[in-house]
Design a protein around this ligand. Structure first.
Ligand code: CTP
Ligand code: MG
Length: 255
């Protein structure tokens, strides 16, 4: 695997903000989504490990459910995390989140110490992203892109619809964008820190990803290849898929 690969750029000062404060309404009743387990380990811990697996990452800021910050701190202490050595290891911070993902990310950014020049934002709900994808995003930001998103081509054709004539009636299709030009975006998304902070200070529209906020500033955003294992755990079937991916990894490399 990538164990002997070098970080994208030695000396980079990189932090990851992990928004993990959502309830997970679409997953159904239960604990906050990030604390639900995959093969016995909380999704958030898988996500934190995926980030700390990149040697370029020096700090991980977890944005916890507002009433769950203490529980999250306990979880992080209880689980062995890579890079824990005092020299060159990964530091961890936990802050309480907000009502929207956007607000949670902003609270995470507010907690960053000086000296961080590159920030990744990674959903706790994407616990299985491979480290090579993380390093590809970091590499592209280090190469000069102010904003980088990992993305996948679409399997399904996408239709744009208009409002239904009356509630419950079929929605009319108004357009079919050319599928080859569309990408489904994932995380971690990587940014020049100052650019992302400016986006969060100035963009107030509802946007579902951080790169979308940077786009509104008129700053260019680029795409690097994503990975099928970086899918977002959203609905119950995604839990089944995530545990299957973990089982396949175990079978393949004894991890
Ligand atoms: N998130 C957050 N703060 C919020 C809402 C979401 O930190 N107020 C985080 C989630 O914890 C998740 C990521 O943003 O890691 C992506 O959001 P999503 O997958 O939509 O998670 P939820 O909002 O928890 O799920 P749902 O929309 O089904 O309620
Ligand atoms: Mg949500």
């Amino acid at each position: 695997m990538s164990d002997d690969s070098r970080p994208p750029q030695a000396g980079a000062t990189i932090a990851v903000v992990i928004p993990a404060a959502g309830r997970g309404v679409r997953l159904g009743p239960g604990a906050p989504k990030a604390l639900r387990t995959l093969n016995g380990t909380p999704m958030l811990i898988h996500a934190v490990r995926a980030m700390a697996a990149s040697r370029a990452v020096s700090l991980v800021v977890v944005v916890a459910p507002p009433d769950g910050a203490a529980e999250v701190k306990t979880l992080l202490d209880a689980h062995a995390l890579p890079g824990g050595s005092p020299a060159g290891g990964t530091d961890f911070l936990v802050v309480p989140g907000g009502d929207t993902r956007q607000e949670s990310v902003r609270l995470g950014l507010d907690a960053l110490p000086p000296g961080i020049d590159l920030v990744l934002v990674h959903d706790a709900a994407r616990p299985l992203v491979p480290v090579d994808t993380v390093d590809a995003v970091i590499g592209a930001v280090r190469a000069g892109a102010p904003a980088v998103v990992p993305a996948m081509p679409l399997a399904d054709t996408v239709k744009q619809v208009g409002p239904a004539g009356e509630p419950g009636a079929p929605e009319p299709v108004v357009a079919t964008p050319e599928r080859a030009l569309l990408r489904a975006v994932q995380t971690p998304q990587g940014f020049d820190r100052a650019t992302l902070v400016r986006a969060h200070e100035t963009v107030t529209d509802d946007v579902t990803d951080d790169a979308g906020m940077v786009e509104r500033l008129g700053v260019p955003v680029v795409v690097v290849p994503g990975h099928e294992e970086a899918f977002k755990v959203t609905r119950p079937l995604d839990l089944v898929l995530a545990e299957a991916v973990l089982a396949r990894r175990r079978a393949n490399d004894g991890f």
